[in-house]
Design a protein around this ligand. Structure first.
Ligand SMILES: Nc1ncnc2c1ncn2[C@@H]1O[C@H](COP(=O)(O)OP(=O)(O)OP(=O)(O)O)[C@@H](O)[C@H]1O
Ligand SMILES: [Mg+2]
Length: 217
């Protein structure tokens, strides 16, 4: 494993109504997967937002490829978000007037990467490609949004409860697709999950608790 992290959080502190974390540090290496667990309201989604370029921390830095992302010009930050980061959140932001396939075509055109049909089969959504997004089940929409993010070929995947809507078997299939993407593309991934069994399949597991990340694995 390359020793230089692809993503690094240094001394992150953030609070809303109450402090969420204080001087938190985290490193993600290529081909590595990290799970973050913890009770509701401890700040897991907020941490993911800080790491993935969507929310500037009140103090501390997020470093991607040796650049402090929140010190960059706005356009440079947007470029990283568009080209290098794959963000999978529970609100999926699919284009609702479009078919499933058209949603993937947009990602494919923007990133100049081909749609991966094997991935669609692996996620078990290959047979719904001609349906409108509004006609898909919640779990199918979730898997479509994961396929769309992977079509971009991101360096780092951030996923907030990516299997939250899914039955156990489908959840495992989705995680397998994400894990194999990470290993095959030298990417990294940070997921937030409440499911112990899913978390433990990651290389490292932390619990956000009392303002800091406690090592579980
Ligand atoms: N934009 C915001 N403005 C004000 N408060 C916020 C904002 N985002 C989050 N919070 C607060 O920060 C705290 C942590 O929220 P967060 O969503 O990070 O928790 P979480 O660990 O992801 O919880 P869950 O497991 O329920 O998803 C909550 O008290 C929440 O109300
Ligand atoms: Mg959350």
């Amino acid at each position: 494993m390359n020793n230089q992290p692809i993503l690094q959080a240094q001394n992150l502190s953030h609070e809303f109504d109450y402090p969420l974390f204080n001087a938190l540090n985290l490193e993600l290496h290529a081909q590595e997967t990290i799970a973050i667990m913890g009770a509701s309201g401890t700040g897991k989604s907020t941490l993911l937002n800080l790491l993935c370029s969507l929310l500037k921390p009140q103090s501390g830095d997020v470093i991607f490829q040796n650049r402090k992302i929140y010190s960059l010009k706005k356009q440079e930050l947007l470029n990283i978000r568009r080209d290098d980061f794959g963000i999978i959140f529970q609100a999926h932001y699919l284009f609702r007037g479009f078919s499933a396939y058209e949603n993937l075509q947009v990602a494919s055109l923007l990133s100049k990467n081909a749609i991966n049909n094997a991935l669609l089969k692996e996620l078990n959504i290959d047979f719904v490609m001609n349906q409108g997004v509004g006609e898909l089940s919640g779990g199918q929409q979730q898997r479509l949004s994961i396929a769309r993010v992977l079509t971009k070929k991101p360096q780092v995947i951030f996923a907030d409860e990516p299997t939250g809507n899914l039955d156990k078997k489908t959840a495992q299939e989705v995680m397998n697709a994400l894990f194999s993407y990470v290993k095959n593309n030298g990417a990294g991934m940070i997921i937030v999950t409440h499911e112990n069994e899913i978390a433990m399949q990651c290389d490292k597991v932390y619990e956000l608790n009392d303002l800091e990340l406690r090592v579980i694995k």
